[in-house]
Design a protein around this ligand. Structure first.
Ligand SMILES: Cc1cc2nc3c(=O)[nH]c(=O)nc-3n(C[C@H](O)[C@H](O)[C@H](O)COP(=O)(O)OP(=O)(O)OC[C@H]3O[C@@H](n4cnc5c(N)ncnc54)[C@H](O)[C@@H]3O)c2cc1C
Length: 287
């Protein structure tokens, strides 16, 4: 069992917010993971995949908090016929590339979404009307309370819009098996290329962010449109700014803290309340 050590979390959150944790581990095996999760953590156990959908609200997490990062747990990608099995730590981008190389279609619209397979399974990551669970057959997860590993069918994972059963943090995703369709690799790569181009033209990939801040509101226009109407694109508190390119994103324009980001979140919420009477719900996870 590796010793606890203080870790700078800056490189493990895509906002690049500067933060430090007294206890952060990168388990390499399931046995190590199980032992870690049995450790006391009165401040909470914080699971991290690749950190592309989280807001670190504090600059310092003392030893009461335990960060467990699954990026090194299992990064394998295995093709078997039309099935692709992926370890939790594998990058979603590598998964899409592996599928394309094997001539397997179904992941093209998820191309260029940052993050891990584990994170995609928790968040049901998606874009352009499709999402991760569209192609999931099973998800394997460790349930620390029972000390067991279970393989759950897609239905048992209860996928919804940017959510699944794992959102409560009570299980650790170990991997997923996907069922894909055979197709021409050149056609798949061309489709991914189009998606990549579209994303890069619309989303602020040039500055650190964590994607869409909020879930899509019901009964109101998309968040980006609301912010544009409210004249809030480019609005800034400290280092956190509502993206000029996409009003649904907050970017770190330099030295943003978690408090800066959360203050901008409140301004966006208030704008949506005032203009449309809707209560915006965070998609990003606050730690
Ligand atoms: C530029 C940019 C564009 C983006 N575009 C999109 C998009 O188009 N569509 C979209 O859906 N998302 C998008 N996102 C958000 C993000 O990429 C996804 O939510 C992604 O699935 C997060 O994966 P992650 O590994 O980084 O998860 P993290 O941010 O590390 O974690 C997210 C949640 O999952 C939990 N978690 C992570 N790993 C595990 C695990 N192994 N077991 C159990 N729980 C775990 C965490 O505790 C947390 O609650 C974007 C982000 C950025 C920065």
């Amino acid at each position: 069992m590796p010793q606890s050590r203080p870790v700078r979390l800056t490189e493990y959150n895509s906002y690049r917010v500067a933060a430090r944790a007294e206890r952060c581990h990168f388990p390499a095996t399931t046995a190590e993971l199980a032992a870690l999760l049995a450790e006391p953590a009165p401040g909470g156990i914080h699971l991290l995949g690749h950190g592309n959908n989280i807001i670190l609200s504090r600059p310092y997490y003392d030893a009461e908090h335990l960060f467990v990062c699954t990026r090194r747990l299992d990064t394998s990608l295995t093709v078997d016929g039309t099935r692709l099995s992926a370890g939790t730590g594998a990058r979603l981008r590598d998964l899409c590339r592996a599928a394309a190389r094997a001539g397997l279609s179904g992941l093209e619209t998820l191309w260029d979404i940052p993050g891990s397979v584990g994170g995609a399974a928790v968040m049901n990551a998606g874009a352009y009307g499709t999402s991760f669970y569209d192609v999931v057959e099973t998800v394997e997860a460790f349930f620390p309370a029972e000390g067991i590993i279970r393989s759950l069918s897609r239905t048992e994972c209860r996928p919804g819009y940017r959510t699944a059963i794992f959102a409560d943090g009570k299980a650790v995703i170990l991997g997923a098996r996907l069922g894909l369709r055979p197709d021409d690799p050149a056609r798949i790569l061309a489709a991914m290329g189009r998606v990549g181009k579209l994303r890069r033209s619309r989303l602020p990939y040039d500055l650190p962010s964590a994607g869409s801040v909020f879930r899509r509101p019901e009964g109101a226009p998309p968040v980006g449109v609301i912010m544009e109407e409210a004249g809030l694109k480019g609005f800034r508190i400290g280092g956190a700014r509502i993206s000029r390119r996409h009003g649904g994103f907050i970017v770190n324009a330099g030295g943003a803290t978690g408090a800066d980001i959360l203050a901008v979140v409140e301004v966006m919420r208030e704008a949506a309340r005032r203009r449309y009477g809707v209560e915006l719900k965070l998609e990003q996870v606050v730690i």
